[in-house]
Structure formats: C-alpha cells, structure tokens
Design a protein around this ligand. Structure first.
Ligand code: SAM
Length: 629
C-alpha cells in the first residue's frame, strides 16, 4: 500500500487523536493508524469575525483542540504523547461559516442555505509534535494545514429537507449533512478530496507526515518552509510538559536495579539488608523526584480500583441511591435506619460515595446526603438509563468469577464451575440458565447495558436497505427495539433460547413494538429466521473460533448476496484498559474471547462476507458490518 511507509513512521509512537468524531476515527483506522482517542475539551467558541478567511478559523480551532489535549495529558499523569492530532471541519457558503446545527430549525436554516448551490468544506488540521530536550524540558512544534473541497447540492424540496432532518443525521455534522450516509443523496458533485468532506483530509495529512518524517533530514525542517511556514516551535516549561522518561536518575537506577534485584533473588541477602538494597536500587534522588510522585499516583489507584467498584456495588445493592432519591437530605443515622444497616458502616459507605462523586453533601458539620447528577442518571431503579441491573450482575456473578482469575490464568479456562458449582457443557444452558434467579439477573444486566449502548450501535450505519433483521441471541429485545426505533421501516425478530424468550415477557412492556417479534430456538441447531440483516450483539465473544465458524456458517447459508451481518463487540485494537480487561472477563466468564477487527473480518471472510466497515461508537462497543458477496 502506497501510504503505508508514511503511516508506519508512526509505529511505536503514542499518537493521540484529540477528537471523538466517529467519522475521523474510522478514516484514520481504515488507513491502518493506531492511536488513542482523547477528545478535546476546548470549547469551539473562537470569534469568527477575528479571522480574515474561514479556513484560518478552522485551522485555529484545530490547533486549540490539539494543544488543549497536548497540555492536559501530562498534567493528568498520562503518558506524554509523541503526536497529538486536532481537526475541525466547517462548511462555508455565501460568506457564512456553518458548524454543527443546534437543533432542527438550525439544521433547516443551514441546509436550505446550501440548496442548489456550490459551497466549500474546509478541514483545518493541526499536528503537535513533541521533542524531548536534554534539560528535561520539551519542545513541541505545530504543523498545521487545511484542505478545501467544493460540493454542490441539488435543489432540495421542503419535503426532502424535512425528511432528511427528521432522520436525525444532520445533528452532529458540520453544515448539517453527512456525505457518507443519507446526505450523499443531496449532493450533485464533489470537487476535491471526498474524505475531507467526511471529516479528515487523509491524503494531505499523509503528505505532511511524509514531509515531517521522510523528506526532512531533521524535524526542524518541518518547522520551516516545507510545512507552508505554519509550523510554530513552542518551548514550554518543564512543569507543564515534563516527559515521564527523562528523569536523570532513572536510567542508571533502572539498570543497576535489575542487576541488584537478580542478585538479591539468586543470593539471599547475606551481606546486604533489604533497606540498603532498595536504597541502592532507587537512590534518594528518585524518591524525592516529581517522577516518583507521579508514578505513585498511577500505581496506587490501580491497586485500589476494586474498592471503588465494591463501594458502588454495595451502595446500589442496599438501594442507597433510590432511598436518597425518594428522601433527599438524610443524615447517616437516618439512612442506616431506613436500610437496616449499622450507623458506623453506613457513614463510611456514604463518605466513600461522596468521594467517588456519586453523592454530595451540604453541611460538613452534620452532613446530609443527596444524589449527584451522575447517580441520578445511572443509579436509580426507574431511570431510563439505569445501570443497576448491570451492576447487580457484576457484583453477584462477575466479581465472584474474577476472584478465580488466578486459576483462570493458570488453566486457560473459565471458572463457572467454581461459582455455579456445576461443570458446564453449554455456558448458558448448563450454568447461567440453570437457576431462574441467576437467569433473571443476567437478563436484567443485558437489558440495562443495552439500553445505554444500543442506540449508538443501531445508528452506526446506514441500514435503510434492510427491511428485516434478526437479532440472534437478542435476549430481552432491547437491542431490537433500538433498531426499530432508529429505522422506521425495519422489522426485527429476536431469536434466543426458549427459556429466555419465555422470560423476556417481563421486559416486553419496555419494548412493546409490533415490529419486534420473538422466536425461540438454538442458533447452533434450529433453522434461523429469514432476514436481510443478522445482528450479533455481544454474541461472538462468548464462543471459541470453532463455534463462531459453526454459527457464521449457518448465517451464511441463510443469506443471499446483499444481506449483511452486523456485529457489536468491544474490539481489541486500541489496547484500552476497557477492552483488555473485558478480554480477561471473557476468560473467567466464557469459552470465548474479545477479538480485533482483523480477526472478525477474517472469520466472516471465510463465510463469504466482505466490504466490511467499522464504527467505534464511543459507548464501549464497536459496530462492524460485513456484506454477503
Ligand atoms: N445480544 C444481547 C445484548 O447485547 O444485550 C445479549 C447478549 S448475551 C451476552 C448472549 C445471548 O445469547 C443471551 O441472550 C443468550 O441467551 C443467547 N444465547 C446463548 N446461546 C444461545 C443459543 N445456542 N441459541 C440462541 N441464543 C443463545
């Protein structure tokens, strides 16, 4: 691939994208780039009147977004990145700059101003590059540029405008349209880089990388001349941008540290006391250093992490948040009385919840407690986005399983037998569904997490071509409801084991949709309902490659060309703690595993599916679609 030599220059570097735009993420991922996403908190409020040309505004916004993240990451005790990329896309027409619409009326105003006319789409891009200096300071330079693409809209009728606005697509997009989806229908022609209109000028970006890494003998060349003279070297103080690896004592300390530790293990401390040894390894300089302080602040929260989870689980289990919703401003003794718990224990739990930002308190002398907005949104039983079902499953099933993580790592197998007391042939039928209580808890967990994550999956792709879908392992029908809500022409069949379909009636009122129907069966044995689109949400990660092939083979047999499989899973590409810890969860919990995008594409490819694309939904799930060829 032509671009690979450029992108591969970034291998081994910590590249950060200061944007959460799913479209930008997809463009860069499809180009094979590995990066971390740290959305910028820069408020896009620059005064447009101060800029001579609209592209200058886009470039400045991109620069401020990238700089905000570049400055914040080291202060947040995160690793200092090598590169931070910021981008901002705007649409301009008749001298006006159009950004994202505020509401439907604003979208209408924007789209009608584009109707029948040619307009410009500018994406400003800023790349912040770090350079370590010997004196522990860091220089960074900024390379910025923009790309312009001309787009002409057809004449849009009122009906067409409103139909498009009602699809919901315009709301998070500059100029109020997305050219890669339904908005493509409004466009007569495009002159220039299409991806620039989608949100990122990949071609121009690669050319700039080429200038920075391939053509210039030193990075200073990139600062001057070759980057259109825009590059700005910005020396900054070491307190703001101190790299975590430049401490002078550290390298020598590490080297002698390894040697000394090995020596200590091989030869018990006959001549050297433990204290002396540690001093030898670390040295006073390191103990007193800023770096030691930062390292401690990274490691201690990792050791302590489970305490926060358990405090949240316990407060949820006692119904503490529901109680403080019904009766705000209770003190610890009143809460203890209502929950029938000890005052001493309740006081500690309440204070822990305050420190975790789940509760707040007004009066520090005689504190009374109230829910924070975070608790109100996620921790009340009747909140639309209640995660209490998910939390109960984590407390009562996942937590006990994780207690056997050491055995799972030693044996390479799940630990269900230790928690459920049974050897399981089939994960679901022999264990989770062997007791009504555990089954209901599991189904409530699926229901609550899908309520929160489902919509992003259902809206990740343009699915207007599909009239019928089948949600395999669709459990309570919650995901199916999100699909019918997002796609008014679609009917969805939920297919799951008979015991689940029977119990799913507890949840029906919540997804009471006549376009959702339920069919009982075993997807490894029984005929699959006919559909144009097969949804597999959190299914494949439960199973070994062998079982996944068996299931995909059956789906492929039911599909004709043009049909598709839509997978929702946490994909392993980012190395985010969420994804890798979720993968450990799969180890203790199932016979399956989390996989990378490539692995899913390969599995599907073997069954005749291709033309795949992926959207990282920012809701902890990746959506992935592949079509039967
Ligand atoms: N798709 C749902 C979601 O994302 O919320 C539920 C995912 S849950 C991890 C796995 C689902 O697969 C469960 O509802 C389970 O009952 C279902 N399942 C497991 N084995 C099955 C089988 N052999 N046939 C049909 N469904 C099955």
């Amino acid at each position: 691939m032509v671009l690979n030599p450029v992108i591969s220059k970034l291998a081994g570097k910590l590249v950060v994208l200061a944007s959460s735009s799913p479209r930008r993420l997809e463009i860069l991922r499809n180009a094979g780039m590995c990066f971390e996403v740290v959305p910028s908190r820069f408020k896009e409020t620059l005064d447009k009147r101060l800029f001579k040309a609209p592209q200058e505004y886009a470039v400045e916004t991109a620069k401020q977004k990238a700089l905000e993240v570049a400055r914040r990451m080291p202060c947040d005790h995160r690793k200092t990145p090598d590169i931070v990329i910021g981008a901002d896309t705007i649409v301009t027409v008749d001298g006006m700059i159009l950004e994202k619409p505020r509401d439907k009326q604003d979208a209408y105003r924007m789209l009608s101003s584009l109707s029948g006319k040619e307009h410009s789409v500018f994406t400003g891009v800023a790349v912040v590059l770090y350079h370590e200096k010997e004196n522990e300071e860091v220089d960074y330079q900024i390379v910025d540029f923009y790309e312009e693409t001309k787009v002409k809209f057809a004449d849009l009728s009122e009906d067409m405008l409103w139909e498009y606005i009602d699809s919901g697509e315009p709301m998070d997009k500059a100029g109020g349209y997305g050219i890669q989806a339904l908005g493509g229908m409004l466009v007569e022609y495009v002159h220039g880089d299409f991806l620039n209109v989608v949100g990122f000028p990949l071609n121009h970006f690669c050319k700039q990388l080429d200038i920075i890494y391939n053509r210039s003998p030193s990075s200073s060349d990139a600062q001057h001349g070759s980057c259109r003279g825009d590059a700005t070297p910005c020396p900054v103080s070491s307190t703001l941008l101190r790299p975590s690896t430049t401490h002078t004592a550290q390298p020598s300390c590490n080297k002698s540290g390894h040697a000394a530790v090995r020596h200590a293990e091989e030869t018990p401390p006959l001549t050297t006391s433990r204290g002396q040894l540690i001093n030898e390894i670390q040295g006073r300089e390191f103990e007193d250093s800023e770096e030691a302080r930062k390292d401690l602040q990274r490691i201690i929260p990792l050791i302590d992490g489970f305490k926060a989870s358990k405090a949240l689980f316990t407060a949820s289990k006692f119904g503490m948040f529901d109680l403080l919703h019904r009766r705000p401003a209770l003190d610890a003794a009143q809460v203890a009385h209502e929950l029938k718990t000890s005052i001493k224990g309740t006081e500690r739990l309440l204070e822990a919840c305050v420190s975790l930002n789940l509760l707040k308190t007004q009066n520090s002398e005689a504190p009374v407690y109230e829910n924070t907005d975070l608790a109100k949104r996620f921790l009340l039983s009747d909140a639309p986005w209640s995660l209490l079902g998910h939390i109960a499953h984590y407390n009562d099933t996942v937590w006990p399983l994780f207690n056997h993580l050491d055995s799972a790592v030693q044996e390479g197998n799940h630990q269900h037998h230790k928690v459920f007391g049974k050897k399981s042939g089939d994960l679901f039928q022999d264990t989770i569904y062997s007791s009504q209580e555990i089954q209901l808890r599991f189904m409530k967990a699926m229901h609550s997490i899908t309520k929160v994550t489902g919509r992003a999956v259902a809206t990740a792709f343009d699915l207007s071509a599909f009239k019928t879908a089948c949600d395999l392992g669709g459990c309570t029908g919650t995901m199916a409801s999100e699909f019918t809500r997002a796609h008014p022409g679609m009917r969805v069949t939920v297919f799951d084991l008979p015991t689940v379909i029977q119990m799913s009636q507890h949840f029906h009122p919540l997804c009471a949709e006549d376009r959702v129907t339920f069919v009982a069966g075993d997807f490894f044995k029984d005929a699959l309902p006919k559909a144009d689109l097969y949804i597999l949400a959190r299914i494949l990660h439960d199973w070994s490659d062998e079982k996944v092939h068996a299931l995909l083979g059956r789906i492929a047999d039911a599909c004709t060309p043009g049909c598709a499989v839509l997978i929702a899973e946490t994909m392993l590409d980012e190395h985010s703690p969420y994804a890798t810890l979720q993968s450990l969860n799969m180890l203790v919990n199932t016979e399956g595993l989390e996989r990378t995008q490539r692995q899913y594409a390969d599995l599907l490819g073997k069954h005749g599916f291709g033309r795949e694309s992926r959207v990282h939904t920012m809701n902890f799930l990746d959506a992935f679609i592949a079509y039967k060829l």
